[in-house]
Design a protein around this ligand. Sequence first.
Ligand code: RB5
Length: 150
Amino acid sequence: MKVALGADHGGFELKRYIAQVLRDAGHEVLDLGAHSVESGDDYPDYARAVGRAVVEGKAERGILVCGSGAGAAIAASKMRGIRAALSHDTYTAHQMVEHDNANVCCLGARVIGPELAAEIVKVFVEARFTGEERHVRRLAKVAAMEEERR
Ligand code: RB5
């Protein structure tokens, strides 16, 4: 799977590790920065880059890393077509895809360590939306909320 990655200064090191984990697992990584530690950079810039890559079909999924993961999730979820969620456990990492068709996983590098993060991203990219009627119905309601914002 092609996976877009992004991180601000808070997530820079963990992003680098995750990129290697994904490559070792056979995935293609589109690294949208940061490409060096910039202490004054802003997580919405990377959330936007990763969100656009997913919406435009340049990547199937996205992974964002910031200090807590919260800012990245908030920012990415503002984009039409992006369903981003914070996941610091493997259950959420697969259920958010199976039920909620999440396409961006957000992680906090100041919250979890690299090995748990590695397990989470592998579970996330391997999960598939079930397409069950109840989930499709709920996602249609979420999409309608997105349109109300316009
Ligand atoms: C940056 O210091 C930090 O605020 C950011 O990485 C993130 O945690 C925001 O949610």
